[in-house]
Write a new protein. Sequence first.
Length: 424
Amino acid sequence: MVLLLVLALSQVSAAPERAIVSAVDAGHAGALALLETAVNINSGTHNFDGVRAVGDVFRKELDALGFKTTWVDGSGFKRAGHLMAEHLGTGPRIILIGHLDTVFERDSPFQKFKRIDDQTATGPGIIDMKGGDVIIIAALTALRTAGALADMNLIVVMTGDEEDAGDPQAAARAALVDAAKGAQYALGFEDGPGDPRFAVTARRGTSSWKLQVKGKTGHSSQIFRPDLGYGANYELARIVDGFRRKLAGEAHLTFNPSLILGGTSVEADDVLSRGSASGKTNVIAATALAIGDLRTLSKEQLQHARDTMKAVVADGPLAQTEATLTFADGYPSLPPTEGNARLLAEYDRASRELGFGPVAAVSPDRAGAADVSFISGEVKSIMDGIGLMGHDDHSPSETADLSTLHSQTKRAAILLYRLNHPGR
């Protein structure tokens, strides 16, 4: 720790930046305590009281830093809401993005922060993404301690439903999109690939599809006869395999049929993504259903994939069958841009000069959907995945590498300082 600090100080020469680095180290114990406090409050997306309680923890910290904080009520989109915090200044507008909710609801057995050793801890949402929220607070605190926050033009958005977006989605993300208007830079503090050698400059979007097939039922001994045809299951199999043949192998595109049901009758629960089917071996299937997701890197790729799927459905349906294919939008993509690449280059330079080594862009194939994608049309320079690092997020084994708490905070704080002083 001492050696690392000496190395960092020896490579960051400007006095304000040395003061920022020292302030991060001085606040490290407080950041760890804040992380434990936040993790120990259950904030599963549907635990509205818990989400608001975590928001209150971070709101208190932001209030103390001189931000004007507000709570966006989420009743209009069936969620707890979002924490917003604004700090007006003369510098370029920068939006910092986190989220308050986790995938672990009140009935999850995984509830508490636990130290494994000096450098490791587990807990629900510790890296996805309460650790990233703490890094935001810790970086801003260090900037204020060093006297570098006063003229910064910042807005912090911590959503309360990132893990399960509210409905309607447009209403659930309206506050985030509005906050991004006029911003020159956006920084997301998700854990990304969990490796501090990488950051995220591109994310694939995710959407869903539903295929419903009807066939003519009858005795199975007469299947394939022109007046009875092939049944719903054969037609569904033709279509789904056609999707595979046409779409598999395209760069950055994946297609997954997650649930398939077929038989004499089918019952499906769209909300819970589950269902049941019944049928006898001697009866031709009358109905079949498949649902799945589609992940793409751009709007153009999404449209191309959907058009391809529609063409497969329409191309030569089997006798006595008919199929309907529908789509539902999910999270948009974050396409790679020159602005994103330049922002990463600044982050990489800060990391190298701090002594933490280079940072490269992770493949978008390894970056899931996240809130930053909703503002890709508003902000020209976006980077994500610079939060607390670790592994096994979204599982009861979610673990943080606590040694990255101070290094990620220093990287973020120095980057923010330099973005506010272009040409440094």
